[in-house]
Ligand binder design. Structure first.
Ligand code: GDP
Length: 384
């Protein structure tokens, strides 16, 4: 059943893909993991299938998805890398090997552990970024099933996720993975705060939604007048980012107003700026809150115009304006460049966009001391 779902997801974005390869990968995974179980009691193969499902939801290529299905066979079963190469070719062999190597890191102190695993990840990434995408998807599924593990292990995994995997997803611009990894870590690390924030958000939801609906209507009317076609919608903010805002600003929950942000998607850069002007005519902008990440993209390639305005009830309303292309990059980041395409997967654009990664690698190669590396990496990886 889960195989059917996976195949249906793949077919939803590509019709001509080699589905047989995915099926073959699935059957080998199922057969070789036979008799193994997850802590949840499910047959082990459910894990690689779910990891492959996450990859397919990022609309990745067939090779990545097949490798995700096979990502644990070399480590946990009798299947050898030679066998993988023979049956599935060198690309899948390289990806599975990369993931296997990453999971074999022997950690010492926590700091070393962090530095080492990041270093290894960057090295793996230089070979093929898809190794990291599989690793991130693997971690996401493990986080989604964390309830089956003992408390101590939950804390260790959630901490590691918050310190390593979520920042990595952020750096690669894959916000869909980043938000979920953060919220899941938050839930296990600070359950009381997590449920408190979740409950409070639920409380005024209807009222907030009505307020956003009204703003959308007003903006839509204006945009229709000037013939700009736009997709406008309210976007609930993520729990961890709300919590961060509370901590950083030393605020209580009821002091955080912008729990919902408005997003406007248009067809061209020119329209982004036109929409910004129209919004500022409708509502007063808050000083210091206008950010032009269109002209000045973030290092993870994120682009959008940001503004916060004073809405009709005197409450701040956060608005993001972007084109469809920018939206794709904002949601999928680097993964957008590995999406299923016929032929030219390694396009120039992609190479240009990971050049910062290669630079980072070049620079860290000279650093032998893990701690020093960590100190340097912190600057680059954890700060915007
Ligand atoms: P700023 O203060 O306007 O620069 O932006 P913040 O850092 O407060 O982010 C505001 C919102 O913009 C976030 O909640 C995200 O929705 C979005 N955002 C900011 N940076 C990124 C990014 O790198 N990737 C994605 N996908 N969204 C981002």
């Amino acid at each position: 059943m889960s195989l059917d779902k996976l195949l249906a997801t793949i077919k939803s974005y590509t019709e001509e893909a080699n589905i047989d390869l995915v099926k073959e990968a699935y059957y080998l995974a199922k057969e070789s993991h036979e008799g193994q179980y997850r802590v949840s009691g499910e047959p082990f193969v459910s894990h690689p299938v779910q990891v492959a499902q996450i990859m397919a939801e990022l609309e990745l290529d067939i090779i990545s998805i097949s490798a995700a299905l096979l990502h644990d066979v070399v480590e946990d079963t009798e299947v050898t890398t030679e066998e993988l190469r023979e049956k599935f070719g060198p690309e899948i062999e390289l990806l599975v090997n990369g993931v296997t190597k990453l999971s074999k890191i022997d950690f010492k102190s926590r700091e070393e552990h962090q530095a080492e695993s990041l270093r290894k990840m960057f090295l793996a990434m230089a070979k093929d970024i898809r190794v990291i995408l599989i690793k991130l998807a693997d971690r996401l599924h493990n986080m989604r099933t964390l309830q089956y593990l003992p408390r101590e292990k939950q804390i260790r995994k959630a901490t590691e996720t918050l310190e390593i995997y979520a920042p990595l997803a952020h750096r690669l611009g894959i916000s869909t993975l980043k938000w979920e990894l953060e919220d899941l870590s938050f839930r296990y690390l600070e359950p009381d705060r997590y449920y408190e924030v979740a409950k409070k958000i639920a409380k005024n939801r209807a009222e907030r939604e009505a307020y956003i609906e009204e703003a959308i209507k007003r903006l839509n009317t204006k945009l229709t007048e000037v013939d700009i076609e736009a997709d406008i919608y309210g976007r609930p903010k993520h729990l961890y980012s709300i919590y961060q805002k509370m901590i950083k600003g030393g605020k209580e929950f009821n002091e955080i107003y912008d729990l919902t942000a408005l997003r406007v998607i248009v067809s061209s850069v020119k329209e982004c700026y036109q929409v910004l002007g129209i919004i500022h005519e409708l509502w007063s902008p808050m000083p210091g809150r206008i950010k032009d990440y269109v002209a000045m993209p973030k290092s993870n390639m994120y682009q959008s115009l940001h503004t916060t305005v004073i809405g009709s009830k005197g409450e701040p309303l956060e608005i993001q304006i972007r084109t469809w292309e920018m939206h794709r990059t904002a949601e999928y980041g680097i993964a957008a460049h590995w999406r299923y395409k016929e032929g030219n997967r390694k396009d120039e654009d992609f190479e240009r966009k990971i050049s910062w990664l290669r630079q980072l690698l070049e620079w860290q190669k000279d650093l032998s001391d893990a701690k020093e590396f960590m100190e340097n990496l912190k600057i680059d990886l954890f700060e915007d």
